[in-house]
Design a binder for this molecule. Structure first.
Ligand code: ZN
Length: 443
């Protein structure tokens, strides 16, 4: 069939010059095409991407037969092409390739994935750039397996949640996901700082709003119409929100399973409505945790301590309600309702451990200690916030307005809600707390 052969030959001729301009560093599943000088780090990149691909595929393609088939296809037929470009004007053939996907070099400062391959722009900080590679690689795996990666919030939250990595203590195992533990971990990482700004600018931003976020400058990626009006934001605002949603849903054991297993459902209609249904009775909890997370977002945020556990040993009396508040828990739902305009008296007593720096126990009482402050208040001080009963949208984030209660205080509420309590401490440092206090809320 000479016609077909000619067509293949023509295609090869069209395709090959682009590659001729770039060095090709083949891995087992991913081949790196680049015009960046081949430093030791760059030469080691294909092996790193292969290692990450296997770990990412375990999560994204849970079906073993399907995953084995994918890995075989990549190894023997068509590797994922990862194109890394420096910041100079790319060669003409590379420009042509970019144009084919609707891009110019100006359009992408970090990366994009299309039809199961991806492109990355060289970054000044290598560790940061590896994160971009892993982000785009998630999209590429999703595209190769399911044809696409789902609605924009899911696609990005998923890619963000599997782009952070670290190695096990013996250096052999690549571990994916989790909250960055400190600023030093990923120099150049700006999601947390940007999110703090966004939450100040948009104090009502709720979990369900992020499902509706789409980007003004990426018009081809729409939020699902079944969710109502889209919330159109700049990329600068959208990505930190997608990241935060990805962190909550992937780091919190309550949601991680539903979040990752939804990867296999991206071709079903009304994906997000289904996803919310899959969360079931945990959805109101997720909405409250979102508010608490974005209000106090910081490196090392500890999702397992921020579970909104109901208050323990609750004892309603004629005068009010007694309960126990654990020092190692984050926000605790007292279950005590308050009406708009109402004032409640609060009393608390007990000694607890609020920190243990270098093995030295710091004890505190509900007024806190002035040896250290957190967010402008004494460490360990009893705090109170009024939350909507189910984390519904449209209201200001309740954890942006926190009142000190201490040993003896009161709260007057502007709206109907439920009282939440905690002891003032960083959400990254609840692990070294112990003990509890007894709280009484008057009628
Ligand atoms: Zn992405």
């Amino acid at each position: 069939m000479p016609k077909i052969s000619l067509l293949i030959l023509t295609l090869l001729l069209i395709a090959s010059p682009a590659h001729a301009e770039l060095a090709v560093l083949p891995g087992k599943y991913v081949s790196l095409h680049t015009n960046v000088p081949q430093s030791k780090e760059i030469l080691a990149l294909p092996a790193f991407l292969d290692l990450a691909l296997v770990e990412q595929a375990k999560i994204l393609v849970p079906d073993m037969t399907q995953r084995t088939a994918l890995l075989n296809r990549l190894a023997t037929q068509e590797k994922i092409r990862a194109v890394l470009l420096d910041n100079k004007e790319p060669p003409a053939e590379v420009l042509k390739q970019l144009a084919k996907h609707g891009y110019t070099p100006k359009d992408f400062t970090d990366g994009f994935a299309v039809r199961g391959n991806y492109w990355v722009r060289r970054q000044p900080l290598f560790r940061f750039m590896q994160g971009i590679f892993l982000h785009e690689q998630v999209h590429a795996i999703m595209q190769r397996t399911y044809g696409h990666s789902g609605p924009v919030w899911y696609s990005e939250a998923l890619a963000e949640s599997l782009s952070r990595f670290r190695f096990s203590a013996d250096g052999k195992k690549l571990l994916l996901g989790g909250m960055p533990y400190s600023k030093k971990e990923i120099p150049g990482f700006s999601r947390i700082k940007n999110l703090q700004r966004i939450v100040k600018e948009r104090p009502t931003i709720a979990l369900d709003d992020v499902f509706r976020v789409e980007m003004a400058d990426v018009p081809e990626r729409k939020a699902e119409p079944s969710l109502g009006n889209a919330l159109v934001l700049s990329q600068e605002d959208a990505y930190p929100l997608y990241w935060a949603l990805g962190m909550l849903l992937s780091c919190d054991p309550n949601y991680a399973n539903a979040f990752f297993s939804a990867a296999t459902e991206v071709n079903k209609p009304d994906f997000t409505i289904r996803f919310r249904k899959a969360l079931g009775e945990k959805l109101p909890l997720a909405r409250m945790q979102w508010f608490a997370f974005v209000a106090a977002i910081d490196y090392g945020y500890d999702f397992t301590s921020e579970q909104f556990a109901p208050a323990k040993q609750k004892r309603p009396t004629e005068q009010g309600t007694f309960f126990t508040l654990d020092a190692a828990s984050g926000w605790t739902n007292s279950g005590v309702s308050i009406r708009a305009g109402q004032t409640k008296q609060i009393f608390a007593r007990g000694r607890f451990q609020i920190a243990k720096p270098q093995g030295v126990v710091w004890e505190a009482e509900p007024n806190g200690i002035t040896l250290r402050y957190f967010r402008g208040r004494p460490l360990g001080e009893l705090l109170v916030a009024v939350g909507p009963p189910d984390g519904t949208t449209g209201k200001k984030n309740p954890f942006l307005k926190v009142s000190p209660a201490g040993k003896k205080g009161s709260i007057t509420s502007q709206q109907d809600g439920v009282l939440y309590f905690r002891l003032n401490d960083s959400p990254a440092q609840l692990g070294d707390n112990a003990g509890s206090v007894e709280v009484f809320v008057g009628k």
